[in-house]
Design a binder for this molecule. Sequence first.
Ligand code: ATP
Ligand code: MG
Length: 364
Amino acid sequence: MYFDPRPKVRREDLYDREKELEQFSNALPYASLIVITGLRRTGKTSFLNVALAEANHPYAILDLRGLPYNPSHADIVRRLEGAFNKINRKWFSGLSEMLRHLKGVSILGNMVSFDWSKRGVDLPELFGKVDAWASKNKKRFLMAFDEIQLVRGDKGIPRLFAHIVDSYRNLTLVVTGSEIGLLFDFLGFENAGSPLYGRHFVQIQMGNFSASAAEKFLTLGFQQVGLAAPSEVIHYAVQNLDGVVGWLTLFGARCRDKHSCSKEMVDDVVSEGGRLAREEALKLTVMSRRYGIILNFLAKVGSASWGEIKGVIEAKEKHSVTNSAVSNLLNTLVKVGLVEKVNGKYGIVDALLVNGIRQEALPE
Ligand SMILES: Nc1ncnc2c1ncn2[C@@H]1O[C@H](COP(=O)(O)OP(=O)(O)OP(=O)(O)O)[C@@H](O)[C@H]1O
Ligand SMILES: [Mg+2]
């Protein structure tokens, strides 16, 4: 059912994404690193779940949400243990047999337990064993990290990733991230000093649905739940929800719960989406109030040139700012996916964020 608000796990519940699923399966035989990118609520977790389930290879998914800002080795190992214990039972016994004699690993019945102290399980060694097991079984082991950008500060994880990418032929790392720029910062794709610099990766982008795809999604979704939605409400939803699958789904789920749908319900989802998007943007304003100044201005005027943006910051602060400071701010906004440059002008990518800021301006 399309209107189930939880992340999807089965292909029949996943609308579209055929091209992306094909891209994923084509990459599997050779790629060491697959990166799934997209803004908030664009369906990254759902896509990851379905792509892995369809792959016919053993896999483990590590959900990184809820980890502290700078997670410790122990935090990561504990999450890893959880992920290994959810591996499909079809593979689990063979794999756990292989891991049995590893330092810091104990097998208790059909559960594996990792010693997370510093002298406990050695991660490169662990993945080495997993690689050997996959090779023996003529499979690839897919190790997925959902929301990788939540691991910040520590270089241990990127170093481990680089080691895996360089050394193990039968392991594929699959990572997702909301904040595109942070993902790049985390994995260091543009940073020569980063452990992962220069590694080849395949990127799969979760785009927004086109208006016609969004309309079809809603129409089919309403059919599945046996609800007759007026076409003008569907049109209104398509226009206002910007093809973001998460918001389309939430709208559909609310209609299902209420057994009716209306334009007001679309408006509610728009403001909710706006609030979530605004919260993401708020994280940036903690670093510099200038992000607030720029985003508030862009939300008000739609789009603006570099010079106009510089002028607004100066007017607000009542002193001049350097060109490089303005460029750095704008580059960061583009990198994190909040702002795009079209025909020489900067504008906010996400219509829901524009709405959220218009409802409540960011602190400046
Ligand atoms: N292709 C799809 N077909 C149907 N529903 C989908 C699809 N992709 C995502 N959804 C729905 O959209 C919502 C958001 O999906 P999901 O959690 O996978 O996105 P996300 O990008 O991981 O979100 P977040 O940024 O919050 O982590 C969920 O309700 C999910 O069920
Ligand atoms: Mg997610």
